[in-house]
Design a protein around this ligand. Structure first.
Ligand SMILES: [Zn+2]
Length: 435
């Protein structure tokens, strides 16, 4: 398993030539030849499954979806993927691409992040971006980074200087004072905010920096810590939500536990991240308000699988396994109550490339494979406010296409076997030969 994964990484990342080829392929939209992409089957996320579909791509956008070979414009470049199933490019609404680490021998992954300069970290994170594309994810909502490295990455990708998914970024997530006093050490800048005025300032600071979305940590819980204590008061959460909305931004609120979740939902958050042990009243409120639930169940599976390499002290496994069980139970209840889901991996360290594994948990929670795919496409787009340009294969949408081996509508695991990816009309992943 590990060897296979490294082989793939070598194909994607090890080759300078491939980088050059990918960068060169990112031509200006009006210089791109018209392409006709053939799929044996296509799930368009608009309610239709096409057989022998042809997607006509003009520049960066989809011009048409058809079955009619006569509709292929003369001179179009035909890409034959008729052995595969086509999907819209998927959307991971909870990433931290700048928290990428490689597997440098002897150094725990969580320590690697501490002594790297932002410039180096952004450069390393290009691999997180590539692996994310390899998972069929063409758009991410990146929920928290230091030193605005996420803004740098977003802008480099948009300029065609870095290959990666389209990024919508949060800058610093807001958090309460939580470090012990140390003489001579200033409190960290950025997202630290206590009380209503500081919360207001911190939200406005992120907006001024140029973020797309606001992130707030309303409870404890991260890494091997599965505690669920609410950290912000309702008043602080409410002022963050309102300040974000006044600035035309959506807000994502992190809560591992039910108290932060209850207050985040009541305050009007657009999405609730992680929470386990959701109470019935909060679930009903989420269904009524249309609050998106981003359970991020799979990241704890990743922590368990990689505990030694990450550098967690032994002893957290039982608590984390129990958290997964309660997280899944909340997902089950929320789905039954009609709460909308979006797919978030919360990928950090080396988890990029496993971004869509969350869909397996969604199916365990009772979603059909199609509902799981909707969470990763149309729902993600709606959560970004981009439902008319992302998350579906339809005329006028970004030409973000994925070819997978097998039929993910029958077995969601097929969605993990990504063979080819197009983002905005450029082919960014190509693994068509058997491996
Ligand atoms: Zn996160």
């Amino acid at each position: 398993m590990r060897a296979i994964r490294f082989a793939r990484i070598a194909v994607a990342c090890g080759s300078v030539l491939l980088f050059a080829k990918l960068l060169a392929a990112q031509t200006k939209p009006d210089e791109k030849p018209v392409k006709a992409v053939r799929f044996g089957k296509l799930w368009d996320a608009k309610g239709k499954v096409w057989t022998n579909a042809i997607v006509i791509v003009d520049g960066s956008k989809v011009r048409a979806v058809t079955n009619d070979a006569a509709a292929i414009p003369a001179g179009a470049e035909v890409i034959d993927l008729s052995n595969f199933t086509g999907l819209p490019g998927m959307i991971d609404v909870h990433t931290h691409l700048t928290y990428y680490t490689d597997e440098k021998a002897g150094e725990p992954l969580r320590r690697q992040l501490l002594d790297v300069s932002p410039a180096v970290q952004v450069f390393l994170a290009r691999k997180a971006a590539l692996h994310t594309l390899e998972a069929g994810v063409t758009t991410v909502r990146d929920l928290g980074a230091d030193q605005y490295m996420d803004i740098a990455m977003r802008d480099l990708i948009n300029r065609g200087e870095m290959i990666g998914p389209r990024m919508f970024v949060a800058g610093y997530g807001l958090f309460v004072t939580s470090s012990p006093y140390k003489p001579g050490v200033n409190p960290p800048a950025g997202g630290q905010a206590d009380g209503v005025p500081e919360v207001l300032r911190a939200v406005r600071q992120q907006v001024a920096a140029g973020v797309d979305v606001i992130k707030m940590y309303a409870s404890t819980g991260t890494d091997d810590d599965t505690t669920q204590f609410e950290t912000y008061s309702y008043e602080e959460i409410k002022v963050a939500v309102d300040a974000a909305h006044r600035a035309g931004k959506k807000i994502a609120i992190h809560s591992y536990g039910p108290d932060g979740a209850r207050d985040a939902v009541r305050a009007g958050t657009d999405s609730l991240e992680h929470a386990a042990d959701l109470d019935d009243a909060t679930i009903a409120e989420m269904a009524k308000r249309g609050t998106f639930y981003v359970p991020t169940i799979d990241h704890n599976r990743y922590y368990l699988d990689n505990a030694r390499k990450i550098g967690y002290a032994p002893g957290f496994e039982e608590k984390t396994k129990d958290f997964i069980r309660r997280n899944l139970e909340s997902a089950r209840k929320a789905h039954q109550a009609g709460v909308k889901f979006a797919m978030g991996s919360d990928a950090v360290y080396t988890m990029y490339g496993e971004n869509t594994r969350e869909l397996g948990w969604f199916v365990k929670a009772g979603l059909t494979p199609e509902q799981a795919l909707q969470a990763a496409t149309v729902n993600g787009a709606a959560l970004l406010g981009k439902e008319k340009e992302l998350g579906a294969v339809a005329p006028g949408y970004w030409a973000d296409l994925v070819a997978v081996q097998g039929d993910p509508l029958a077995d969601i695991h097929a969605a993990f076997h990504v063979r080819w990816v197009m983002k905005g009309g450029d082919v960014v992943v190509e693994k068509l030969k058997a491996q």
